[in-house]
Design a protein around this ligand. Sequence first.
Ligand SMILES: [Zn+2]
Length: 198
Amino acid sequence: MKTPSSLEELIAALRCLPGVGPRSAQRMAYHLLQRDRPGAERLGAALTRVLAKTRHCEKCNSFSEESVCELCRSPRRDASVLCVVESPGDLLMMEQAQCYQGLYFVLMGALSPLDGVGPRDIHLDRLVKRATDGSVKEVILATNFTVEGEATAHYVGELLRSRGLKVSRIARGLPVGGELEHVDSGTLAQAVVERREV
Ligand SMILES: [Zn+2]
């Protein structure tokens, strides 16, 4: 029996998720249709809504429903320190570690020339503008300790230092090749406390 084309389309669409191959995409699609139609409705509506409502915060570049996100607007944050992270997930990790009171800039990626990801793709022009707006005194580089994360930290460090900013890198309490999202908050907090100037 041939799979109806709308179902085929769903299976193909589910494969855009990381780690989802043809078999698990098929399983998910059948699960939604056979066992959880309300769940499928909710998923579809949530996707449509989030795509319509969510944009990038003008200041930190993370996801926000307003032009400037709540964190960037908070008067309780220290506006003189800016922490550069690769992803919104990393920002969340930093917040959960409760070791940092400053503001953020989210690159939404890391430099990776082999994959064609250059400075423009990770919004470095916007980062420079943000870091040199007069309020920022120190930039903490909290990119991952992967090859791409280290290369990005190096590049961004040079870029900002040449504009007279104090730049530090979180300490390597984190494992080599480690991604921020996967370390415990204690280790991450320690790395921020022990950051070194670069
Ligand atoms: Zn923001």
